[in-house]
Design a protein. Structure first.
Length: 91
């Protein structure tokens, strides 16, 4: 882990397009400001862990879940089409 010392008003750069600004230091708390492209997600660690846990739970599929989802699935059409009565011979 890289450890840096910065004061209020100072900045750290990550790559070419991410900036971390030290906004305020009060007691044992540091306020940070971030400038990053929209596609970069930024979360507090505890929020990130909650999201990761929710994603794992959502990815787990049980037989009950599949059964419940199957009730909403359309019934596939018969590939042979509807049964037809044989044609009567013409005289």
């Amino acid at each position: 882990m890289l450890t840096l010392t910065r004061g209020v008003g100072e900045t750290i750069r990550i790559g070419d397009d991410i900036e971390v600004h030290v906004v305020e230091v009060r007691g044992g708390t540091v306020r940070l400001g971030f400038k990053a492209p929209r596609e970069v997600t930024i979360h507090r660690e505890e929020v990130y862990r909650q999201i990761a846990e929710a994603n794992l739970l959502a990815a787990q599929v049980t037989a009950d879940t599949l059964g419940a989802l199957a009730a909403f699935a359309p019934v596939p059409a018969d590939p042979l089409g509807p049964a037809q009565a044989p044609e009567k011979p013409t005289s």
